[in-house]
Write a protein that binds this ligand. Structure first.
Ligand SMILES: [Mg+2]
Length: 297
């Protein structure tokens, strides 16, 4: 791969200097391309994932597929009064309760790849300060299929709740951003449950689901992070896999996961969710975790 890139850059240089590639030896190609490589954009951990979520039709089609399945599952759930997407929180006789769906916000209904790209291009990492400034700009875009699905649920009399780890201080801007994009806003019910909006509403989401489940039958739960479904998301990789397996009856049925390769507990699990660890150590932990082929025999 590296050789191919060197040759391709070398070919361009060779053309520019009117020499033919056949007269250039590999040694001179390598020497000639050294200055060009020195000026190349630096590598960045977020480049490919951000490119995919922001630009790829493959990503867009994937999100549409999840939301198309959500619509089918919603119809199934409405017809089956024993169905709930909140097995830990839905108590008592919930069959007669009005129906609701629960969706996470970031990278589930809102695409924040502009913030990811800002971090990449300015050599920044996530901070609450810059994140809240980004939220205040109200420039997040809709994930493909999200507006259409939530409007469909709303049209069926299903209350659409947003359970998000955006802080309570961003609620006004988040609402304004989503209203502009056409999401159902809940009418006279507060359907935006922000992190720390009430006591006990930490980053783990079961307490907020429990608050909804008191008055509604939760039909579906949609998210992009294991923590949108299961409070055990902050354990180590091996325990996360065990928890994921114990939830297997729900995936693809009551629980639907959007793809998000740009950030999440899948990433932080590799370095013990220790955000203060230097970036180089975080990266090493990921290299250490990943398995590879032993190579050609
Ligand atoms: Mg999210």
């Amino acid at each position: 791969m590296i050789l191919r890139k060197l040759l391709s850059a070398g070919a361009l240089l060779a053309l520019a200097s009117t020499a033919t590639l056949s007269t250039v030896t590999l040694a001179t190609v390598t020497l000639a391309t050294a200055p060009a490589l020195a000026q190349a954009p630096p590598p960045h951990d977020l480049l490919l994932a951000t490119l995919w979520t922001q630009r790829a039709v493959e990503y867009k089609a994937n999100a549409l597929t999840v939301y198309a399945l959500a619509r089918l599952r919603l119809d199934e759930a409405l017809a089956d009064k024993t169905w709930t997407a909140a097995p830990g929180e839905q108590k008592g006789d919930f069959a007669a309760l009005p129906p609701a769906v629960v969706l996470d916000v970031d990278e589930t209904v809102l695409d924040n790849s502009l913030y990811q790209a800002w971090m990449m291009k300015n050599d920044q990492t996530f901070s609450v300060k810059t994140w809240n400034q980004f939220c205040a700009d109200q420039v997040s875009r809709a994930i493909p299929g999200a507006v259409e699905f939530t409007k469909y649920a709303d049209s069926k009399g299903v209350k659409v709740f947003y359970v998000t780890n955006r802080g309570a201080e961003t609620e006004k801007d988040t609402r304004a951003n989503m209203e502009k994009l056409g999401f159902p806003m809940g009418g006279n019910v507060d359907t935006f449950l922000m992190q720390n909006e009430k006591e006990g509403w930490g980053s783990a989401k079961s307490t907020r689901r429990a608050a909804i489940a008191k008055d509604y039958r939760i039909l579906l739960n949609l998210g992009d992070n294991f923590g949108d479904f299961d409070d055990r998301y902050r354990s180590g990789e091996a325990d996360r896999i065990k928890a994921y397996e114990s939830d297997s009856a729900y995936w693809g049925k009551q629980w639907l996961m959007l793809p998000n390769p740009t950030y999440g507990s899948f990433d932080t699990a590799t370095y013990g969710h220790d955000f203060k660890k230097p970036l180089a150590e975080q990266r090493k932990a990921k290299w250490d975790a990943i398995e590879g082929w032993s190579g050609p025999k």
